[in-house]
Design a protein around this ligand. Structure first.
Ligand code: NOJ
Length: 562
């Protein structure tokens, strides 16, 4: 396998709005990130992925960009960004920017011009179509509910928006659009940034016939996915981007690719494809989806999770590369989702970290995950801020008649604001996030769960993450070893091995709140064993051929043949 610095790195994701506020306006900012660089260095991460920090009217918290070369007013200035870049680099931390180019804000100059007239220079920067009998051009449903088309009176036509109506989709068929994007990318790279995370990058190519999508049961609109996800020209566009921009820099690139299977993912990241380094897949995040998609509050089965993770580990092991994540700004907190955030909060947070960080791929830690931050349950819908959540509530409860308490339960389980409550720095007011009024309430459990109380506690989740990172840095087998699932049908344990030369790692994780027995498969041979890490104290040498795991216990053994 080819070695690469981004395969050996650990990425930390920052959602700047909720990370650290330095000026008391209740919104996190760039100076706040600068303040916390030493903390991040202490954790041991290599790369910071910054969610969008560009100028934006914030319909979707920065994923609606109105100027790609300017900084969001609430986050600071260009000078603040330069300082952040410089200070990060001084500490050996790289910066990966979020590139959101499937769509812009409707307040971007290109769109403001585009909507003015049919012959405006920027008209074809976006996707404009005539309506049919007073209805939208087709039946596609926006990812944020309702039609994906918005009528615009000025020219009596509709524009496409796969997300909110303030996020019109760019027309990638237009070479001028692609050139603009490449120009912006080069501008940032020439400033010295170290890579891009590319927002829904597999949505950029649409079937130019724009056919109606299937209307799934319970839906009012049709599914755009078959016609605009992993679309006809997406690989061609990425190859062009790679040739014109990416290949000229030694950077990290990760594409966000919902709905991509392992074969499509290999097309994006395969070593000889000249497209991207890795992608974010979503299969494990979609566990529990049902009739109302993610708002179905379904349960997850460990067997399913193992199947999905294994499919990706094996599917990309030959010339591809995985990104490893449990959390991001769109997902609930993992300790609440796959762990037990009450009785076994600490154990399960550490177990989940072990299970993920010993896999093959580049691990991503989402802010607050390293201290075991949990989901939140605000009593009132008024305390929620996320456009996806608010729109879904309107559609499912107000229009389709879903019971309000069921919807609230689904929001508690899966809503994006779970990830967006402010980082809990200490036990002072507002968790030390701001001296003002936070833009979204702090999780009330900040007195128990916060950074300050964990930094000097050797048994804390924070220090456990630190150790996991250290193990990865000091053992090439964690980066490059081959993954194999064992005990496939065990419903309680997630156990797997990693193999590199004469070494093997044995990873065993109990996903339940009961004791579980582990029996080593007979074909695993070894002459010596060493416990690398575990979330419970273990006394004396254990016979690993058969042992008991406590609730949510995790262990990693290094086995050697000689
Ligand atoms: C994916 C991003 O992660 C999400 O936060 C955003 O709402 C959509 N793309 C639209 O940009």
């Amino acid at each position: 396998m080819n070695k690469a610095w981004w395969k050996e790195s650990i990425v930390y994701q920052i959602y700047p709005r909720s990370f650290k506020d330095s000026n008391g306006d209740g919104i996190g900012d760039l100076q706040g990130i600068v303040e916390k660089l030493d903390y991040l260095k202490e954790l041991g991460i290599d790369v910071l992925w910054l969610c969008p920090i560009y100028k934006s009217p914030n319909d979707d918290n920065g994923y609606d960009i109105s100027d790609y070369q300017d900084i969001m007013t609430e986050f600071g200035t260009k000078e603040d960004f330069d300082l952040l870049l410089q200070k990060s680099h001084e500490k050996g931390i790289k910066i990966m920017m979020d590139l959101v180019v499937n769509h812009t804000s409707d307040e971007h100059l290109w769109f403001k011009e585009s909507r003015k007239s049919k012959d405006n220079k920027y008209r074809d920067y976006y996707i404009w179509k005539n309506g049919v009998d007073g209805q939208p051009p087709n039946n596609w449903e926006s990812s944020f509910s309702g039609s994906a088309w918005e009528y615009d009176k000025t020219t009596d036509m509709y524009f496409l928006h796969l997300f909110s109506k303030k996020q019109p989709d760019l027309n990638w068929e237009n070479r001028a659009v692609r050139n603009e994007v490449y120009k912006i990318m080069k501008w940032w790279l020439n400033k010295g940034i170290d890579g891009f995370r590319m927002d829904v990058i597999n949505y950029i190519s649409k079937d130019q016939k724009f056919p109606n999508g299937d209307v799934k049961e319970g839906h009012l609109y049709g599914d755009f996915a078959p016609y605009s996800v992993n679309g006809p020209r997406v690989n061609e566009f990425l190859k062009e981007m790679n040739k014109e921009v990416l290949s000229k820099y030694n950077i990290i690139t990760v594409g966000e690719t919902p709905n991509a299977n392992t074969k499509q993912a290999m097309n994006y990241v395969g070593e000889n494809r000249n497209e991207l380094n890795m992608v974010f897949q979503f299969e494990h995040m979609d566990l529990g989806n049902g009739e109302d998609g993610k708002w179905s509050n379904g349960r997850f089965e460990l067997i399913q999770l193992k199947k999905i993770m294994t499919k990706w580990q094996k599917g990309l092991e030959d010339g591809g590369w995985n990104s490893l994540y449990w959390n991001n700004h769109d997902q609930p907190r993992v300790v609440s989702r796959f762990g037990n955030d009450k009785k076994y909060w600490k154990e399960s947070a550490k177990m989940l970290a072990t299970c993920l960080h010993m896999m093959q791929g580049t691990p991503y830690i989402y802010q607050g995950e390293e201290i075991g931050m949990t989901n939140v349950a605000f009593d009132s819908l008024d305390d929620y801020r996320d456009i996806e959540t608010l729109n879904a509530y309107k559609e499912l409860v107000n229009i389709k008649g879903k019971a309000a308490d069921e919807m609230m339960a689904a929001i508690y389980a899966r809503g994006r604001d779970n990830a967006r409550t402010p980082v809990q720095w200490n036990d002072s007011e507002n968790a030390g996030f701001t001296t003002g009024t936070p833009w979204i309430n702090v999780n009330p459990n900040y007195k128990q769960i916060n950074v300050k109380s964990q930094l000097n506690d050797p048994d804390s989740i924070f220090n456990y993450y630190k150790e996991l990172i250290n193990i990865r840095k000091n053992n090439p087998i964690v980066v490059y070893g081959t993954y194999d699932l064992i005990l496939e049908n065990n419903k309680e344990l997630y156990a797997y091995t990693r193999t590199l030369g004469e070494e093997k790692l044995l990873i065993v994780c109990n996903f339940t709140d009961s004791i579980s027995n582990f029996d080593l498969p007979e074909d695993i041979k070894y002459n010596s064993q060493k416990l690398l890490i575990g979330n419970h104290k273990i006394y004396g040498e254990v016979n690993i051929k058969s042992f008991e795991l406590k609730p949510y216990e995790a262990r990693v053994y290094l086995l050697k043949m000689c």
